[in-house]
Design a protein around this ligand. Structure first.
Ligand code: SAM
Ligand code: SF4
Length: 451
């Protein structure tokens, strides 16, 4: 997360002292949350860039700040509220500073948000760029409607060869703990042809890898004429020259089809990596979560995937401390992780979210120290599992698509989504590098270029 600097000598640039002609704005986008938020921030940045505005490096030298928010857990919401408080101070000092808020904080009751945060100038729902375009129009600057089609999903800021592309907005599932359907609304798929056009444009901009995004990518297309599905989309995208890799997330275990598994296995460009959230390893908890599958169904699905795609790497999400979760039920989650041996596990402590089914129907009865202890147990177990899995790559050669440089080291990912670092004097940005792995850890790999 970018550091907030309120104490600054740089006075924000005052666009509103202009006379007649439109002057560039310096904008700063602050993003927390999921890949969907990151993709939407990239779209907004691309749109503002296309209008001639310029990215600022922090809040303090921006004259437009856009907060792209997440409220999936209380801790994320607290960060958003804290940041809004800090921005209030900045706006008191520099009244011309404009503050926009989007993301999952913005629900249908914008009046209440306006009352709580009167220093915010514009609120718009996640992915609902009409409001932003209307604001731009009021500034008297020519606009293009392309943002609505998502074609501004560019490489803004960091010239990475990878782009995120939302393919389906919203979610119809209503898992009992989850606020997303209340904030992002029902599922709406983007037409297949539109996504193909966007990817073709991105290839021209130098993109080589795309990640297709949706809360449940397995639902893609059910609301479109002819009902194309994700497998159909992957087949179309695979035909695009210049596109090297395709990824997608998130799959839903109740919806993932055998057709999709066969398609992944048959298409060279589709990477061997899946994000398949299990959420719990106990049938009683899964039922209370309204996930729509049992542990056995999940296990069978993983077996089917591994049979067809033996080299697949799997990531999962898990929630600990769901209401009523007993020690025994928590042990069931641990044993599923031991049995399946995921490459990556994202673990979260249950956080009651207003209006959700679990919030209405269950008491948040697991004390926070117990939640923390369970969370640490999962993290400890997973560190050991991932350490073993990754150590098998020691001495092997892997293909890495290089995304950038951090602290003097090039970094990129393998097809199986392993993060790899290496040092080399050449310019590897956007290139495929063959790396001999020399050191492994649970979280990343290090190696040397094989030329
Ligand atoms: N659509 C995906 C799925 O089906 O799992 C996940 C989307 S959700 C926004 C991202 C992750 O946040 C979930 O996988 C879950 O583990 C976590 N999460 C969502 N609501 C939560 C809550 N109330 N408390 C704790 N974690 C939560
Ligand atoms: Fe939330 Fe469930 Fe939809 Fe995922 S599938 S976004 S967890 S409601």
């Amino acid at each position: 997360m970018p550091k907030i600097e309120l104490e600054t000598k740089i006075k924000p640039y005052n666009r509103y002292s202009r006379e007649g002609k439109s002057i560039m704005l310096r904008y700063f986008i602050w993003t927390i949350g999921c890949q969907m938020n990151k993709a939407e921030s990239q779209q907004i940045a691309g749109y503002l860039d296309s209008l001639g505005h310029q990215a600022a490096t922090s809040f303090s030298n921006a004259d437009l700040v856009i907060l792209n928010t997440c409220v999936v857990r209380q801790s994320a919401e607290n960060k958003v509220i804290g940041t809004l408080g800090l921005l209030k101070g900045l706006k008191n000092k520099y009244p011309h500073l404009q503050i926009f808020v989007t993301g999952c904080l913005v629900d249908s009751d914008t009046q209440e948000l306006k009352r709580r945060f009167p220093h915010v100038d514009l609120l718009f729902k996640p992915g609902d760029f009409q409001e932003l375009i209307a604001w731009e129009q009021k500034q008297g600057i020519s606009i293009e409607q392309k943002l609505l089609r998502g074609v501004y999903n560019n490489t803004h800021g960091a010239p990475s060869p990878c782009a995120y592309i939302p393919i389906i907005q919203g979610c119809d599932n209503f898992c009992s703990y989850c606020i997303v359907p209340y904030r992002r609304g029902r599922e709406v798929s983007r037409p297949l042809g539109e996504i193909v056009c966007e990817v073709e444009e991105l290839i021209e901009q130098g993109i080589r890898e795309v990640t297709l995004l949706g809360q449940n990518v397995d639902s893609y297309g059910h609301d479109l004429p002819g009902h194309p599905d994700l497998a159909d989309l992957l087949n179309e995208l695979s035909n695009i020259d210049g596109l090297a890799r395709i990824r997608f997330l998130t799959n839903h275990p109740k919806d993932m089809s055998l057709k999709l598994i066969d398609t992944i296995a048959s298409l060279d460009k589709v990477c061997e990596h899946l994000e398949l959230p299990v959420q719990a390893g106990d049938d009683g908890i899964l039922k209370a979560m309204r996930r729509g599958y049992t542990v056995e169904r999940y296990r069978e699905l993983v077996h089917a995937i591994r049979r067809k795609i033996p080299q697949i790497s799997l990531s999962t999400d898990i929630i600990v401390g769901f209401p009523g979760e007993t020690e025994e039920q928590f042990e069931h989650s641990l044993s599923v992780l031991r049995e399946i041996r995921f490459d990556v596990v994202h673990v979260a402590a249950y956080s009651p979210r207003p209006r959700t089914i679990a919030w209405r129907e269950y008491q948040d009865d697991i004390p926070s120290d117990v939640k923390k202890e369970r969370l640490h147990k999962i993290e400890g177990l997973q560190a050991a599992v991932a350490s073993e899995i990754n150590s098998q790559l020691q001495g092997r050669q892997v293909e890495v698509l290089v995304e950038g440089k951090k602290k003097g080291k090039w970094f990129g990912r393998t097809r199986s989504n392993k993060l790899v670092f290496f040092e080399d004097a050449g310019n590897w940005l956007g290139q495929s590098a063959r790396i001999q792995i020399e050191k492994t850890s649970p979280w990343s790999l290090r190696g040397e270029v094989k030329k």
